[in-house]
Each structure stands twice: as structure tokens, then as C-alpha cells.
Ligand binder design. Structure first.
Ligand SMILES: Nc1ncnc2c1ncn2[C@@H]1O[C@H](COP(=O)(O)OP(=O)(O)O)[C@@H](O)[C@H]1O
Ligand SMILES: [Mg+2]
Length: 267
């Protein structure tokens, strides 16, 4: 399902507000700086945000398509399985925003009541097929990784847990990790501590001993300002938070990040 081509399916999870969207956008930025890398960014958090950070104007979400089809199925007008698949495929291609080596897909809201498992599974199959055309997937997820498996893809290769310095955030990351270990397949996982003002602060927290620590990301005024002004994260200049994200990706062992100097990375 991850395809022969896909080098990494990276999913970012953590408590709300800790920086999942910010770090997702910076990872996307780092990856697409190399024009030979084809990247699919997926906004899988119903709270949305990645589209804004990447300045993408979302017209259709996967959930919109899902709802249209459920309506069609209920009216009995969807046709046989092949017709359904053909239509879904067509609609999904329309929901995929593509610009240069970056593509973007928004999953949309959480599911409505009732199990339309068949539609969900078909959509997941289509996302899986789309994913095969990309080298990297970056999924800005909601709190847990189960939703990613239920609504986006069965397998994640790299699970990134994010927290700020708060005990609540770190506990949430630990819980997400332990659920993922039991319920989800992944190859590598690690924790990032975001919004660290100085390294002294790091001494005040206890890092979970069972999760690899990938590094900290500084509190960064460039990031703050980019968010206030709704700037495109892809065009911000090199900044400490961005450099820290690239180091964390290397610590996690994501292919393409293990070179000493990355494109656009100043020495
Ligand atoms: N390293 C950072 N430095 C400064 N501000 C940050 C940093 N990381 C995140 N933020 C700010 O924190 C807020 C929440 O971040 P966000 O990425 O939207 O979190 P999440 O997606 O986990 O809910 C945003 O306003 C963002 O600008
Ligand atoms: Mg977010």
C-alpha cells in the first residue's frame, strides 16, 4: 500500500495547540526544497490549519466527497461497484491540489453518524493509490493515530509525537504512543518538544523513557509572525525552528535527511 516509491509516510500527532500544523508545514517546506522529491501533504485534522499554513485554497475535502456519495447511495443512484469507484476516483482527483512537486489533500470534518464503511474503505483505497505517486507523505493528524488509519491510510512509517513543555502535552504524547504501539503499524517513532525558550527549560521536564527524543524546537518569532500575518510557511526565510525541524527529521532517520547539508540549508 505504501507503494514501491514512497520513502516515508510521516504522521504528526499530539495534543491540540502544541505545533502539529507548524511542524508539518516546516517538514513539507524542507522536503519540497529538493525539486526531485514529490510530496503529498494531507490535512487530517478536522480543526484544519495546514491548508492555511501552506496557503492552499481548499475547494473540496475528502469528507465532502464522502457525504455526496452517501447521499447518492441512499437515493440508490450510485450504480454498481465499478461505477462508484470510477466516480469516487474522479472526484478525488479533483480534490487533489497540485503545484510543482507539492500536492495537497484535505480530509475534512470527522465522520457523521452511521457506518458507511464501504465508502470509507473505497476512499482509503483511492488515497492509497494516489499516495503511491509520491516520495513522501506528511500527515497533519488529529490527536491519535487511529483516525489516520481509519480515515487516511492503514500504515504510517514515521510517527512524530509533538508536545510543548507542559506535563499535559507530554502525557498526551505518551498515551498516543502507547495506543499506536498496540493498534498501529509504524517503523519509527519519536518525540519533539516544541516552543522551548531556552535549554534550561528542558531540564525541568521528564522525557518519556520509552520514546526516542528527536530534539527540541525553539520558540521562534518568525513562526509567530508568520501565523499572525497568515503568511505562507513555505516562503519564510531560514529560521531556528526550521533548522531544528530538519535536525529532528534526521534524528528520526527519514530518508533524504541524512545528508550533512540539505538544499537550502546554510552552512
Ligand atoms: N516554535 C514555535 N514558535 C512560536 N510559535 C509557535 C511555534 N510552534 C507553534 N507555534 C504557535 O502555536 C500555535 C499553535 O500551533 P499549531 O501548529 O497550530 O498547533 P496544532 O496544529 O498542534 O494545534 C500557533 O499559533 C503557532 O504559531
Ligand atoms: Mg493543527
Amino acid at each position: 500500500m505504501s507503494g514501491k516509491k514512497t520513502k516515508a509516510i510521516i504522521s504528526l500527532c499530539g495534543k491540540g495547540g502544541v505545533g502539529k500544523t507548524t511542524v508539518s508545514a516546516l517538514i513539507v517546506k524542507a522536503l519540497i526544497e529538493d525539486p526531485s522529491k514529490r510530496v503529498l501533504a494531507i490535512d487530517a485534522d478536522p480543526a484544519v490549519g495546514l491548508a492555511t499554513a501552506l496557503k492552499i485554497n481548499v475547494k473540496t475535502t475528502v469528507d465532502d466527497i464522502r457525504n455526496q456519495f452517501i447521499e447518492l447511495l441512499e437515493k440508490g443512484g450510485a450504480g454498481d461497484r465499478d461505477q462508484v469507484l470510477g466516480l469516487l476516483d474522479y472526484e478525488m482527483t479533483g480534490a487533489l491540489h497540485e503545484k510543482d512537486n507539492l500536492a495537497f489533500l484535505s480530509i475534512g470534518r470527522s465522520e457523521t453518524d452511521g457506518c458507511y464503511c464501504q465508502v470509507n474503505d473505497l476512499l482509503k483505497d483511492i488515497i492509497g493509490a494516489i499516495a503511491e505517486n509520491f516520495d513522501y507523505l506528511v500527515i497533519d493528524a488529529e490527536a491519535g493515530v487511529e483516525q489516520v488509519n481509519r480515515r487516511v491510510l492503514e500504515k504510517v512509517t514515521h510517527l512524530i509525537l509533538i508536545s510543548d513543555l507542559s506535563t499535559k502535552g507530554i502525557k498526551a504524547a505518551e498515551t498516543i504512543f502507547s495506543v499506536a504501539v498496540k493498534a498501529v503499524g509504524f517503523d519509527k517513532a519519536g518525540l519533539i518538544i516544541n516552543r522551548v525558550r531556552d535549554q534550561e527549560e528542558m531540564k525541568r521536564i521528564t522525557l518519556p523513557s520509552n520514546i526516542a527524543f528527536l530534539g527540541s524546537i525553539p520558540e521562534d518569532s518568525v513562526i509567530r509572525n508568520a501565523d499572525i500575518e497568515e503568511n505562507n510557511f513555505l516562503t519564510i526565510e531560514s529560521t531556528p525552528a526550521y533548522e531544528a525541524v530538519k535536525r529532528a527529521m534526521r534524528a528520526l532517520g527519514v530518508a533524504g535527511f541524512n545528508t550533512t547539508t540539505l538544499p537550502g540549508e546554510g552552512s
